[in-house]
Write a protein that binds this ligand. Structure first.
Ligand code: ADE
Length: 222
């Protein structure tokens, strides 16, 4: 799978791409992630990418030309173009699964006060990561990339995401490690029993109990 990220702040991605699971997935050639500065595509002599909005109003608006040229230079028949915006569809685990099946994704990060409305026509999908406004699409595009990459076969052991929170609309079950007793808080006896069938049953019950307590809206969906 290939992911191209268009941003004005490529340096924001340095830590993200050079750490832990994402770094390993890139090294193992399970995913190819490239970050592009769309300022490089500006035809303006001063590499300008934004200007005042027509009709007045605060802040600068991203111009269509650099983003159109960047997307057109990267796009092929296999590409899905995704625009990050708080006005997009809410991203969730089901959408992460769908996106993880695509061959090529182009993520466009907006910034400043907004982007020229005509940029929307480039996008196959507009996504939001939640009902709050960030200063740009960089953090949303990292969140989306992270959630997709961990679903690519071979990136993490499949078991780790089969019971994931939100998989089957249930939250994950609780897990424990050593010691058995930490400040009077004990690991449930069932997990020490070695009885795999009972443990599996307990975990499933815990998923249902947790989801009812914390996210009853998910139970209604299942
Ligand atoms: N850009 C700014 N806020 C955002 C959000 N919540 N989701 C996606 N893109 C954004």
């Amino acid at each position: 799978m290939k992911i191209d990220i268009l941003t004005l702040f490529p340096e924001m991605f340095d830590g993200f791409l050079n750490t832990s699971i994402i770094k390993r997935a890139i090294q193992d050639n399970l995913v190819d992630i490239k970050v592009h500065n769309f300022r490089d595509f500006s035809t303006d002599p001063h590499k300008k990418v934004d200007d005042y909005g027509y009709g007045g109003g605060p802040g600068m608006v991203l111009m269509p030309q650099p983003i159109f040229d960047a997307v057109e230079s990267l796009r092929s028949v296999d590409s899905k173009v995704i625009l990050l915006t708080p006005q997009g569809e809410l991203f969730n685990q089901a959408k992460a699964f769908t996106l993880s099946q695509y061959k090529h994704i182009i993520l466009i990060c907006g910034h400043y006060e907004g982007f020229d409305e005509r940029i929307r026509s480039l996008a196959d999908i507009e996504l939001s990561i939640g009902d709050y406004v960030l200063t740009g699409g960089e953090i949303p595009s990292m969140a989306i990339t992270d959630s997709i990459v961990r679903l690519i076969p071979g990136v993490i052991v499949q078991d780790s995401y089969e019971n994931d929170t939100f998989q089957n609309n249930l939250l994950d079950y609780p897990v424990y490690t050593k010691p058995v007793d930490f400040r009077g808080m004990r690991v449930p006896d069932i997990l020490l029993s070695g009885h795999h069938a009972n443990i599996a049953k307990w975990r499933q019950e815990q998923q249902i109990i947790r989801t009812k307590e914390r996210r009853p809206d998910l139970i209604e969906k299942s």
